[in-house]
Design a protein around this ligand. Structure first.
Ligand code: ADP
Length: 445
């Protein structure tokens, strides 16, 4: 192990060592030099001067190098401090706004005199505010995962053209009215089967599309990709407000917002593009932009093109239909009443019998007493956690598939749950479709 001495110790040691060596060896010079006392005194003086200048130069060099490091660290700390202050101001605003919508519309929905139209309108706004809040939480989670090095890339085979079509369909309803929206695919369907991380590619594109839609008033948004050499180059083009050249690099910094001085304040924490940049790097590519204020922007990002080697067509697999759940009994354990109600509601509508419990001890008991097809266990519950409960459940009935459901949505939590004995994992909040799809995997014919 290398011993790292503090700067002040190192510099003093070097000084003493040089002094010691100089005294030891320079006296030899005097021995061979002369016996004349006058010349000896002169030599001693030169020796002293030499020592002082040599150590002075060395000290200057070392102290300067050390100070450069300190000053740059201080600069970084100051900038980070400034960005943190901006971030805290922003986050308070960004969280309060959707919370206001959620609390406000939940209250309004309690009114028994509301007609169906009003109800639908409020529910729609409530769901918009919830999505906005979830985006903020996800952004914060992503940036902390990236910074702690826990963001993983999972490459797999997927048809890029299908992903682009899906994205187009999902983004279309939220594009502002009057804006022309289109998608361009640069490869035919069979060449578009690639190996990459589709989830991360979608995440970057969604971020860029959200920005394009946020900073546009009229014109068009086009997104798509082209094959450029060995890379797939994705682009998102808008005819929005654009970004001036001073800000074009800075927008990729964390918490940086280019539009803070304008008369209109746009929502956002200034995190989206820094996440996109980090993800592009992890995918083995780059991100950059071209923009002109008042005319619009084009954001590009590249990923290496790794086509899937074509195999002869395989027999179609027997894919289970989501609706084919039929007669199943599912045990759901969760200490959070709304979560329990949400899951029960979805499953009941699919004709599934649901047994609900609110802690691990009751979950184990229920497994002993009932014939259960699938178990859905929350990981964090009072009394007995999902981790402890699964051990006991697997000892009683090892064949019942168990799905962990939790708000701890980090990739290591997933790994931990799977190694604790769970067969699958659902991160909260999950959609109706995600829940049904996960359960369908364990339906026995
Ligand atoms: P934010 O949440 O603020 O949108 P981003 O990191 O996504 O955070 O973007 C950083 C800044 O870059 C934005 O605040 C905005 O000023 C600028 N920006 C991003 N995309 C666009 C765009 N398509 N057109 C104009 N400005 C943009």
């Amino acid at each position: 192990m290398r011993l790292k001495l503090k700067f002040e110790f190192r510099i003093t040691l070097i000084y003493l060592l040089i002094g010691f060596l100089w005294i030891l060896f320079s006296d030899r010079l005097l021995e061979i030099g002369t016996n004349n006392p006058y010349s000896l005194t002169r030599l001693q003086t030169y020796k002293g001067w030499f020592y002082v200048s040599a150590t002075g130069c060395l000290l200057y060099y070392f102290i300067k190098r050390h100070l450069i490091k300190l000053r740059s660290a201080e600069q970084k700390a100051k900038e980070s401090d400034r960005l943190k202050t901006v971030f805290i101001q922003n986050i308070s605003h960004e969280i309060r706004t959707p919370m206001n919508g959620i609390i406000g519309f939940s209250e309004l929905l309690k009114d028994p005199d509301l007609d169906e139209d009003q109800k639908a309108k409020y529910i729609n706004l409530l769901s918009k505010s919830s999505d906005q809040l979830l985006n903020i939480v996800n952004g914060l989670l992503d940036i902390s995962l990236i910074e702690s090095g826990n963001q993983k890339i999972n490459n797999r085979e997927f048809p890029l053209n299908n992903v682009m079509d899906e994205l187009f369909e999902t983004a279309r309803p939220s594009i502002k009215e009057g804006i022309t929206f289109s998608v361009k695919k640069g490869l035919n369907d069979s060449d578009s089967k690639i190996i990459a991380d589709d989830v991360r590619i979608k995440q970057v594109l969604i971020n860029l599309l959200n920005n394009a839609n946020k900073y546009i008033e009229e014109g068009e948004i086009i997104f798509g990709y082209e094959l450029k050499g060995a890379d797939i180059e994705f682009f998102v083009k808008d005819t929005g407000i654009g970004i001036d050249s001073n800000n074009q690099q800075k927008v990729f910094d964390r918490f940086y917002k280019a539009d803070t001085d304008g008369d209109r304040l746009f929502e956002g924490l200034g995190l989206g593009l820094s996440i996109c940049k980090a993800i592009s790097g992890m995918l083995g590519g780059q991100i950059w932009l071209e923009s002109e204020p008042g005319k619009g922007s084009v954001f590009y990002f590249s990923v290496p093109y790794v086509p899937v080697i074509k195999h002869p067509p395989r027999k179609a697999r027997n894919i289970k239909k989501e609706n084919a759940l039929g007669e199943m009994t599912i045990l759901v354990a969760d200490d959070d009443e709304p979560s329990l109600r949400y899951i029960t509601e979805i499953l009941n509508r699919k004709g599934i019998r649901v047994i609900t419990v609110s802690n691990g001890i009751d979950a184990v008991k229920s497994c002993r007493e009932n014939k259960i097809n699938v178990i859905l266990l929350d990981l964090k519950m009072p009394g007995m956690s999902g981790y402890d409960a699964i051990k006991q459940i697997k000892a009683i009935c090892p064949d019942i598939p168990a799905i962990a459901q939790t708000a701890y949505a980090m990739s290591m939590d997933r790994d931990e749950a799977l190694s604790a004995g769970f067969n699958d994992y659902l991160a909260k909040p999950f959609s109706k479709e995600e829940l049904i799809e996960t359960i369908s995997k364990y339906k026995k014919n």
